[in-house]
Design a protein around this ligand. Structure first.
Ligand code: DAT
Ligand code: MG
Length: 140
């Protein structure tokens, strides 16, 4: 597997509890490099666009309201097999199912307030990175 880039969000429940550094440490310990990073506050329209794939799901409105409730930290992570590696470090969507040592096991509050987002495939990683970052902001 070649070097990949993936997109990450440290979500409102985590920024609010001052966990940004501990979560970044998990990425770095796993061999992922932070090649872009910024703290932003999403608008409702941006949150709805970002999670558009889930717009028919019963939790969509709650999810979007949560994502705009506090600032978030958006990042691009780079490394060998970065998309799968990041998903592994994150743990399962529901923290009750997440493996020991994963971010969601250690920090998530619930299936909704689950501390991190990570891209699920090369196509979504490319789209998500381009939505939040310009080429100039990616410093490998
Ligand atoms: P992931 O974030 O692991 O890729 P996903 O893409 O299926 O998971 O869902 C996106 C987010 O939506 C997830 O991080 C939290 C929220 N979500 C998913 N399933 C949910 C549920 N059953 N109840 C409440 N929120 C949910
Ligand atoms: Mg997903």
């Amino acid at each position: 597997m070649a070097i990949q880039r993936t997109f990450s969000i440290i979500k409102p429940d985590a920024t609010k509890r001052n966990l940004t550094g501990q979560i970044v440490a998990k990425f770095e310990e796993a061999g992922l490099r932070i090649v872009a990073s910024k703290r932003i506050q999403l608008t409702l329209a941006q949150a709805q666009h970002f999670y558009g794939v889930h717009k028919e799901r019963p939790f969509f409105d709650e999810l979007c309201e949560f994502m705009i409730s506090e600032p978030i930290v958006v990042q691009v992570l780079e490394g060998e097999d970065a998309i799968a590696k990041n998903r592994e470090v994150m743990g399962a969507t529901n923290p009750a199912d997440a493996a020991e040592g994963t971010i969601r096991k250690e920090f998530a509050l619930s299936v909704g307030e689950n501390s991190v987002h990570g891209s699920d495939a090369p196509e979504t990683a490319a789209e998500e990175i381009a939505f939040f970052f310009s080429g100039l902001e990616l410093v490998g």
